[in-house]
Design a protein around this ligand. Structure first.
Ligand SMILES: [Zn+2]
Ligand SMILES: [Zn+2]
Length: 67
């Protein structure tokens, strides 16, 4: 079967087999397993993306419970 079985990590720029690569849930960048951060059950290209994903775009809202 033709097809690429390698891709390039957006973080370190090295070519890696696709099974070593993961896509950031936040920004969609490709990151190899060494560069990626695993957080909240997902892979991210960086801790910043993980934080961003977790805290969301709006901050300080939505924490209050409904009465
Ligand atoms: Zn990498
Ligand atoms: Zn990212």
């Amino acid at each position: 079967m033709p097809g690429k079985i390698a891709g390039v990590c957006d973080k370190c720029g090295e070519e890696q087999p696709i099974w070593e690569l993961t896509k950031c849930h936040m920004c969609g960048k490709t990151a190899c397993r060494r560069c990626a951060s695993f957080a909240y059950g997902r892979y991210f290209c960086s801790n910043q993306c993980a934080q961003y994903f977790f805290y969301g775009e709006d901050e300080g809202e939505g924490e209050a419970d409904t009465t």
